[in-house]
Design a protein around this ligand. Structure first.
Ligand SMILES: [Ca+2]
Ligand SMILES: [Ca+2]
Ligand SMILES: [Ca+2]
Ligand SMILES: [Ca+2]
Length: 429
């Protein structure tokens, strides 16, 4: 076994050990209500608790200390939540069930005004912010918010007022990437997008947040649609005529924007029997979202199965974000979907079908997967109810694999032994 092959096998083993579903974010905080007495929030496994008493004053801030590990080094990072004019409060609600982060989604901190989250101590890099904004009773959060860094709006969302959400897609979620520079704080403002209602405005709940480090954001981005579609800037076009044939495989080749610039084939396949890939470009286009030209057109399957094969990705951990929206009649968006990777369930979602005017309302699929050398990845979408599967497009981010220190050290140790063995053998040649 060559040195290169051995190192590859070791890293593959490390990735396989961690598993595709077991993603530990670099920073994960579960916000909620803890008065030290009768009210103690249930903290999500793997998350750091960030709790406040029910009413915490005005102005008020709370800092949670965390210790992400990058490159074998533990960094002291502080995450501070600050209210900007209203009372800082917290609530624990009845359990949310059926989502991947039930114990995060059931409790929150919130302000009756804008909030700011300051992140101090991150090393230089590209990070992905994911935060949840859900009140199971619907009292808090009935307003649109904008997440900004400086004057740049990174995400707009309508905080969820769903009661009893039973799937991840129904939870209000803000997600964007940002660059951090060592020694500089990152301040994320969660601002009312529209003037808050008069009287006693209740602000956006913040259930929790995660930060993950990326090697590169949006290494592949594809906009699916009908021939003649408006293509989103930064996305690769993949268009087909209105109705293509049964069992069609349609491939587009893209150069991934990541180290090594690998060429990746992305193939969309429909059921081989009694199925066709249909396409639509909707008018008017979706407006008011960050990816209007992605959301307004799509590939679709009525038979209940659509498959995506990725060939040529280099080894690593990737995050998929897919979009599932029919902004026209809604017909193709009215389906519950389940997702499998290489036959293993990874996600389920309820697709939305409205003329969405904010990113929150667009149906999305989120999951991560690991690529071993030379392996194709097959992602299957199945319709569990409803009319049809719509796929507007997707993005892949290349992630930094989380570092469970003991596992990493053991792998580095094995690699060290391998290097020694290799050198010893070379010296004997
Ligand atoms: Ca909790
Ligand atoms: Ca929470
Ligand atoms: Ca488009
Ligand atoms: Ca599209």
């Amino acid at each position: 076994m060559s040195m290169h092959t051995l190192a590859g096998a070791m890293l593959t083993a490390m990735i396989a050990t961690q598993g595709a579903a077991a993603v530990a974010a670099a920073v994960a905080i579960d916000y909620g209500y803890n008065d030290g007495g009768a009210n103690v929030q249930v903290v999500q496994a793997g998350f750091t608790e960030g709790s406040l008493p029910k009413a915490y004053g005005n102005p008020a801030s709370m800092t949670t200390a965390v210790s992400p590990v990058f490159g074998g080094v533990s960094y002291p990072v502080d995450v501070t939540v600050l209210d900007q004019g209203g009372d800082m409060e917290s609530r624990n609600r009845a359990a949310v069930s059926g989502t991947s982060l039930d114990d995060v989604h059931r409790d929150f901190v919130a302000a009756r005004a804008d909030m700011a989250v300051t992140i101090s101590g991150l090393p230089t890099g590209v990070y992905q912010w994911t935060a949840y904004h859900n009140d199971g009773t619907g009292s808090w959060g009935n307003t649109e918010i904008a997440a900004k860094i400086g004057t740049t709006t990174l995400y707009t969302s309508k905080s969820s007022i769903e009661s009893g959400a039973t799937d991840d897609a129904s939870i209000g979620t803000s997600r964007f990437t940002f660059n951090a520079t060592e020694g500089q704080d990152v301040v994320v403002d969660l601002d009312f997008l529209n003037p808050p209602p008069s009287g006693n405005p209740l602000g956006p709940p913040l259930n929790g947040l995660t930060l993950e480090r990326l090697v590169a954001a949006s290494v592949i981005a594809i906009d699916y649609g009908q021939t003649g579609q408006a293509v989103q800037p930064g996305f690769t076009e993949h268009s087909l005529p209105n109705i293509s044939g049964n069992g069609l495989s349609a491939t587009t080749s893209v150069t991934a924007a990541m180290p090594g610039s690998p060429s990746v084939d992305v193939t969309v396949t429909s059921d081989p029997v009694n199925e066709q890939i249909e396409t639509r470009n909707r008018t008017p286009a979706v407006s008011g979202t960050t990816l209007n030209d992605v959301y307004s057109d799509f590939f679709a399957s009525r038979a209940g199965h659509l498959s995506i094969t990725l060939s040529g990705l280099t080894m690593g951990r990737y995050q998929w974000t897919g979009y599932h929206n029919d902004s026209g009649s809604g017909f193709f968006g009215t389906a519950d979907l389940s997702v499998e990777i290489d036959g293993t369930p990874v996600d389920s979602l309820v697709s939305t079908h409205q003329l969405a005017t904010n990113d929150w309302a667009i149906g999305k699929s989120f999951f991560t997967f690991d690529v071993a050398p030379e392996n194709d990845i097959v992602i299957d979408f199945y319709r569990s109810s409803g009319n049809a599967i719509a796929l507007n497009g997707f993005q892949l981010d290349l992630m930094v694999v989380p570092e469970p220190s003991s596992l990493l050290l053991s792998v580095l140790g094995l690699l060290g032994l391998a290097v020694l063995a290799y050198r010893r053998r070379r010296s004997q040649d």
